[in-house]
Design a protein around this ligand. Structure first.
Ligand SMILES: [Zn+2]
Ligand SMILES: [Zn+2]
Length: 203
């Protein structure tokens, strides 16, 4: 849930298109049946990587409960990863649609479910892969050497990873006498900017 204090009385605009999230959340039934016969191996492909995230974990997830299994997978993976007390950049697709395009840019157009996890910049897979790596003890080795988690809750954003845009006060619109209302370019569709204190590679 979004509980950032608002200066205006208007409610936060709805998150971006729910359809996009649904596309990501709904598993392709054919895909899973074909892969279940083969031994499940984490999809380790070093070409799928996030530049500039060498010393931390990056998790793409959703805070929306639209699809229950996806929501539960996201929560489970986040709590497994948090248990290692290393630096994690959690990218909530419900907070900013640019995370979706970012993820598609890395993994390509093929259908992906959430969560998606990158450790030290390298793609590790989703909930299934992370659970398996955790059970075999591999995960502990993989996170070894990553930066330590920032102590306590971020003082900048209170742990939400986003701040209300200063330019438009979260309305995502700017008014000038010359042009009237125009879209604020400093923030995302929810009038938020990524917290500069706890997010790497801000937009
Ligand atoms: Zn922060
Ligand atoms: Zn703005």
């Amino acid at each position: 849930m979004l509980r950032i204090h608002h200066t205006s009385a208007s409610p936060l605009p709805l998150p971006f298109s729910f359809k996009d999230i649904h596309n990501l959340c709904c598993e392709e039934p054919n895909e899973s049946s074909s892969s279940s016969t083969a031994a499940r191996q984490p999809e380790l492909d070093s070409s799928l990587s996030i530049p500039g995230a060498d010393n931390r974990i990056v998790v793409y997830f959703t805070s929306l409960r639209a699809v229950r299994s996806t929501f539960e997978d996201c929560s489970a993976v986040r709590s497994i990863l948090r248990g290692f007390h290393v630096s994690i950049d959690e990218r909530d697709l419900a907070m900013d649609s640019r995370f979706l395009s970012e993820l598609q840019g890395i993994l390509g157009a093929r259908k992906q479910t959430l969560p998606r996890v990158f450790i030290g910049g390298r793609y590790m897979g989703g909930a299934e892969e992370i659970r398996q790596l955790h059970e075999t003890g591999e995960l502990k080795k993989l996170v070894n050497g990553l930066a330590a988690a920032e102590p306590g809750t971020c003082g900048g954003c209170g742990g939400y990873r986003f701040l209300l845009c200063h330019d438009c006060n979260g309305s995502h619109k700017l008014y000038t006498q010359k042009t009237g209302f125009k879209t604020c370019t400093a923030c995302n569709e929810n009038g938020l900017i990524r917290c500069p204190y706890c997010s790497c590679a801000p937009f």
